[in-house]
Design a protein around this ligand. Structure first.
Ligand SMILES: [Mg+2]
Length: 276
């Protein structure tokens, strides 16, 4: 076991985790996940779950994670919807938006004070594109019209696909491709790999970048996000990425581990002072 890795992790207080492919797959937790999170809470500081998935509200995520047996409240959850809301409040206060998103996403935005409408109006200022699992053709047509008219165009995240039991389904990034064919426009992206969502977590938790580490399974969203935000990263090979993929990227993660069970092992050994 790498001694420098144990020393580096010893001083980490904030552990930011991707969910799918990192902590679970198909809703089933990977071994040692609960033990790892408990260890972090008792010996380091805080864990936060970071997801690009904007189809569920933050409250829905808290419930989903609690159901898996993980202690979790709103302070442990960061979503691309939260980051989008933060961006809109900083840059588009009082603007009116048409949202291609689930009712759950729209409700969270409205509760945060973002003005939305569910029909076409000339005075609409922009379109927000999320992972809309309730998408229908009327929404596609209205959004296309607004994007064509040159309105502000923002996407909560760039993921092309979302993993499901049988393989993948089209995600927000794939919807953006569809609109691009019709309008020749691409959206401003908010979620991973952009740094905003990590900046928000650091601001909320009061930890420094040097005290933080991001753990995820995707190079081009999770690891790139940590790198963009200037924090250390751990790639786990339990999800989308294998060692072959790693050869193709210039910027390597700080560390690579098989899975979260291996991370738990490292942290336990560090605690025991079990350096080799
Ligand atoms: Mg993942």
């Amino acid at each position: 076991m790498n001694e420098s890795m144990m020393k580096l992790l010893k001083n980490k207080k904030l552990f930011i985790f991707d969910l799918d492919g990192t902590l679970y797959l198909d809703g089933v937790l990977f071994p040692k996940t609960i033990e790892l999170l408990q260890h972090i809470k008792e010996n380091h500081g805080k864990y936060v779950f970071l997801t690009n998935n904007s189809s569920r509200s933050s409250n829905d995520y808290v419930k989903k994670i609690q159901k898996l047996g993980i202690p979790c409240d709103l302070s442990n959850v960061a979503t691309s919807t939260q980051a989008t809301i933060h961006y809109l409040k900083s840059n588009h206060l009082n603007d009116l938006f048409y949202v291609v998103g689930t009712n759950s996403m729209i409700t969270e935005m409205n509760e945060a004070g973002i003005l939305t409408t569910d029909e076409y109006k000339p005075e609409i200022d922009g379109v927000i594109l999320g992972y809309d699992t309730e998408l229908d053709y009327k929404k596609i047509e209205i959004a296309t019209r607004l994007i064509t008219e040159g309105k502000t165009y923002i996407a909560s995240h760039p993921d092309l696909v979302c993993p499901v039991g049988f393989g993948f389904v089209p995600d927000c990034g794939a919807f953006a491709k569809m609109f691009e064919y019709a309008t020749k426009r691409t959206p401003l992206i908010i979620g991973k790999p952009k740094r905003l969502i990590v900046d928000l977590i650091l601001e909320r938790t009061n930890f420094l970048p040097a005290e933080s580490v991001l753990v995820g399974d995707r190079l081009y969203t999770d690891i790139a996000c940590g790198q963009n935000a200037g924090i250390d990263t751990i790639l786990v090979l339990s999800g989308e990425t294998n060692l072959e993929d790693l050869k193709e990227v210039l910027e390597q993660p700080t560390y690579v581990l098989e899975n979260v069970a291996a991370l738990y092992e490292v942290l336990k050994r560090e605690e025991r002072g079990d350096y080799e």
